[in-house]
Design a protein around this ligand. Structure first.
Ligand code: PAF
Length: 284
């Protein structure tokens, strides 16, 4: 696996591969790899000939009071893990390389960004859309793979690709979970042992929502109340939001209809750590 830290060099490399007719698959990440990332990298190998993993903790998607500074980083460990999976290139630019002096462009996606993560984390999706655009221009992929855990981000990225005419197929990979159901996240490392135990209740709460749907409940507020009720049993959890939405357009009808794909979304604080998760199902 080759490590590339300059945009120009990355572009030269992908141009060469593209001239040979090879398909490029990109997995954008912020590093501190866990099995969720590794599953995206393995999946990437099924979609093309050359796999590029990008590793960049993007400052523009963090708010001023968020965890950019303390976001976990371990380049050597990430290098070894990606290399062991058979990734071809690890594109790991510096902040200066991605946002050089005088940098002054922002991409704003106006759809899907005014609620949930977009509302709670002002400017977050502008930062995501901007960096994803830059990553796409640096790595020129045919396919890019994102995880379902950041479900709202996947809608924003699809909209970005559609609106800016990127000739890139977006693949969404399922969330990888710990044995107790906790969604894998680089931020799980922030949790104390006690918080880590309680964290599994997020998935249990999502399943309560799923149970309600499987029982035939189609009312959004009622489904949501099953999730909220479970979370409220754990005083360590502070709910940021619980939402039940159409998973394809994030609309929130009062009643869902049979066959509709629904996502249950949760964001909670456990101490200072903010965790998000979701589950998608079909209304029977
Ligand atoms: O999902 C992430 O890790 C980030 O938001 C992404 C897509 C790599 C952009 O920085």
């Amino acid at each position: 696996m080759k490590v590339i830290d300059k945009v120009q060099e990355m572009q030269n490399i992908v141009n060469t591969h593209r001239k040979r007719g090879e398909r490029i698959v990109c997995v954008p990440t912020m590093g501190y790899f866990h099995d969720g990332h590794l599953s995206l990298m393995k999946l990437a190998q099924e979609y093309g000939d050359v796999v590029i993993v990008t590793l960049f903790v993007n400052p523009t998607q963090f708010g001023p009071n968020e965890d950019f500074e303390r976001y976990p980083r371990d380049f050597q460990r990430d290098y070894e893990l990606a290399s062991s999976i058979g990734v071809d290139y690890l594109f790991a630019p510096t902040v200066e390389e991605m946002y050089p002096d005088g940098y002054s462009t922002k991409i704003i996606v106006n759809k899907f960004t005014d609620k949930f993560e977009g509302l709670k984390r002002a400017g977050h999706f502008d930062g995501v859309a901007t960096v994803v655009t830059k990553i796409f221009n640096a790595t020129k992929p045919n396919v890019a793979i994102f995880g379902q855990k950041d479900l709202q981000q996947t809608l924003v990225v699809r909209q970005l690709v559609k609106d800016l005419l990127f000739d890139i197929d977006i693949v969404i990979a399922p969330t990888v979970r710990e044995s107790d159901g906790l969604a894998m996240s680089s931020r799980n490392v922030y949790l104390s042992r006690e918080e880590r135990e309680v964290a599994s209740q997020i998935y249990r709460a999502l399943q309560k929502g799923l149970d309600a749907i499987n029982k035939g409940i189609t009312n959004r507020d009622v489904i949501s109340s099953y999730v909220q009720k479970h979370l409220s049993k754990f005083p360590q959890l502070t709910v940021d939001y619980v939402a039940v939405v159409n998973s394809e357009n994030f609309e929130e009808p009062a009643e869902f209809v049979p066959g509709e794909n629904v996502a249950i979304l949760v964001a909670v604080y456990l101490g200072k750590t903010r965790l998000i998760d979701n589950i998608i199902t079909k209304i029977p």
